[in-house]
Design a protein around this ligand. Structure first.
Ligand SMILES: [Fe+2]
Length: 162
């Protein structure tokens, strides 16, 4: 009987020790999954919107950005798997978002790309400040460097089309 109580006590101690770790990991997985969904969404938007651009060199520029966004998603996916999580197979919220702007003029669509790109950038900055895991911070910083460049490329495409 006494042994049982001691066992329970030990279980509780272990649980308390592990809980912060588990919840931190879960929080990281949630953040990475959200980021993954957004990267998949913006890649999809950019690819679709590239098709409407009447100049091949600008079309290719946007398609290259989409490719890089997909590479970001892939890096995030690898990290999620490394942490023992799984990726969200259908980022529904962002699907709706992408289709809701589908029927607007091309220029507006590119502005939507810029807006989402900016939102993603700001999310990353907030996450880098909040997260303590150095490994993940490093990954997010690498991605942010690309996002800063993407903003300039997108701006350039928008300016040439308006
Ligand atoms: Fe990205």
């Amino acid at each position: 009987m006494r042994l049982e109580t001691e066992k329970k006590g030990l279980g509780k101690i272990l649980k308390n020790l592990l809980m912060p770790y588990l919840s931190e990991k879960e929080e990281l997985l949630k953040i990475l999954n959200d980021d993954y969904s957004k990267e998949i969404t913006i890649a999809k938007m950019m690819d679709e919107h590239a098709e409407m651009i009447p100049f091949d060199f600008l079309k290719e520029k946007l398609k290259k950005l989409a490719e890089e966004e997909r590479a970001h998603a892939e890096k995030l996916k690898q990290k999620i798997i490394e942490l023992g999580g799984t990726v969200n197979p259908s980022p529904k919220i962002y699907d709706i978002r992408a289709s809701s702007i589908h029927n607007e003029r091309g220029f507006r669509k590119l502005v939507a790309d810029l807006e989402l790109d900016k939102e993603i950038y700001e999310d990353y900055i907030a996450q880098i400040n909040r997260i303590e895991n150095e490994d993940i911070k490093k990954l997010l910083r690498e991605i942010v460097e690309d996002e800063v460049r993407h903003k300039d490329v997108l701006m350039d495409i928008v300016m040439r089309l308006c």
